[in-house]
Write a new protein. Structure first.
Length: 439
């Protein structure tokens, strides 16, 4: 009952005789007026000071939207990575520091300078390799000369043994007129000379193979070191990074989300320094908590707002939902990566812009909903406080989908019911009306 109706009822209860008395006696009029004023002040003070002032609402019938709202970050759907040295692992270079890089957002042409990496380690390796090449070249030359000298001596010895064998043969032929002992001695000397010559021929073949093997080994070591030096040289040139295509430079991010800037370390397994995004197709990368990820599905629509320009409306579509959660920095629970493709093409959209993403999970038409504050629970019973004539009752309800502000009521209420947003006085004494009775 409103305060105006209370006053009206009180005024109507004053009899005409009392009004006439008040007109004839002004003193009584003043006394009664003062008492009535005190009563009004007490009445309204008691009503306004009550913590259980009635706030009445009625269920709303109409469209009901269930959404999940998250914060995301724009990035290009397609981009070209600007990579560091591709041969870093071949050169045994595992970590490289960025010593210089163009400002983020710089528009570059293909072949333009992008960044410099610290060359001190690769330069030292290259110089050491140069010294090793010089040393191995000298060793290869020495092996070649030794082989030439050794084989030359072996050939001379072979010729001399050939002459000796021939001399012994002539001596054996001339000993036919000598005594038998002398002839036998000459034959033995010839056979010995012949065996020495044949053995020298076999040794020469072996020495030749040894010389060739030593020269080949020295040459192989030299070629291997030359290849290493060439790798160092080509890798050192890659430490000056240039743009592989036209575009706008966007710094790459490390595993912890930080951008790679001057002083950052680039490792050989992930040598990306920056990216050249394709700004024609953008998507918002967001992370959904494990409590809400079950609501998200491919193809759901979304509304996006830029923090930099909230007045620019954008729409999107969910294109990717991660199957495995991850632990993000500054997050106590697991989250799942969700990608929302931006439907509009806008030249003002830039990577790393923050967006507010409202993903539409469900849409119901012509349903009854009430504010979440109206709903209460005792044990397994869900109810609302409803005005029933001049009294208040607990009306059991059956609920459906809910969003951040309201919940769908499937059974138990009509759109004409009056509900309490606040808990009425002495709720424990109120009667509970089950669903079966309400029907």
């Amino acid at each position: 009952m409103s305060r105006l109706s209370v006053i009206t009822d009180l005024a109507s209860k004053i009899s005409p005789r009392i009004l006439a008395l008040l007109k004839r006696r002004p003193a009584v009029t003043y006394a009664v007026g003062a008492a009535f004023l005190v009563f009004l002040i007490w009445f309204f003070s008691a009503r306004t000071g009550s913590p259980n002032a009635d706030v009445i609402v009625t269920p709303v019938r109409g469209e009901f939207l269930v959404t999940v709202t998250t914060t995301g970050e724009l990035q290009a759907k397609n981009s070209i990575n600007i990579m560091g040295p591709e041969k870093a692992r071949q050169a045994n270079i595992w970590q490289m520091k960025i010593t210089n890089i163009v400002p983020e957002g710089t528009v570059v042409k293909k072949g333009d300078f992008v960044a410099d990496l610290d060359k001190s380690e690769i330069t030292g390796k290259f110089k050491d390799s140069q010294l090793s090449v010089q040393k191995l070249e000298a060793q290869y030359l020495q092996a070649t000369l030794d082989s030439t000298l050794t084989l030359s001596q072996a050939r001379d010895e072979l010729v001399n043994l050939s002459y000796t064998a021939e001399e012994k043969k002539l001596a054996a032929e001339q000993s036919v007129y000598e005594a038998p002992a002398m002839r036998r001695q000459a034959e033995i000397d010839y056979e010995r000379a012949q065996r020495a010559y044949e053995q020298a021929k076999k040794n020469y073949v072996t020495k030749k193979r040894q010389a060739i093997a030593k020269a080949q080994a020295a040459e192989a070591d030299l070629m291997k070191e030359r290849q290493r030096m060439e790798i160092y040289q080509s890798t050192m040139q890659e430490f000056t990074i240039k743009a592989p295509a036209d575009g706008m430079v966007v710094y790459a991010r490390e595993w912890n989300g930080k951008k790679r800037v001057v002083g950052s370390t680039v490792n050989a397994w992930e040598p990306s320094v920056a990216t050249l995004p394709d700004l024609r197709e953008m998507e918002s990368i967001t992370y959904i908590s494990e409590l809400d990820i079950q609501k998200i599905a491919l193809g759901q629509t979304a509304k996006l707002k830029l923090d930099a320009d909230p007045t620019k409306p954008l729409t999107g579509t969910v294109t990717t939902v991660a199957n495995i959660g991850e632990q993000r920095p500054n997050s106590d629970s697991k989250v799942f990566e969700v990608r929302v493709k931006v439907n509009e093409t806008d030249t003002t959209l830039r990577p790393a812009m923050t967006t507010s993403n409202e993903i539409l999970v469900a849409k119901l038409d012509s349903v009854l909903s009430v504010p979440l504050e109206c709903v209460h629970t005792e044990g397994e019973t869900t109810f609302v406080y409803k005005r029933n004539g001049g009294s208040v009752v607990k009306q059991q309800v059956k609920l459906g989908l809910l969003n951040d502000n309201a919940v769908v009521v499937q059974e138990g209420l009509t759109d004409k019911d009056e509900l309490f947003l606040t808990i009425p006085p002495e709720p424990g004494k109120l009667t509970l009306i089950p669903l079966a009775v309400a029907e």
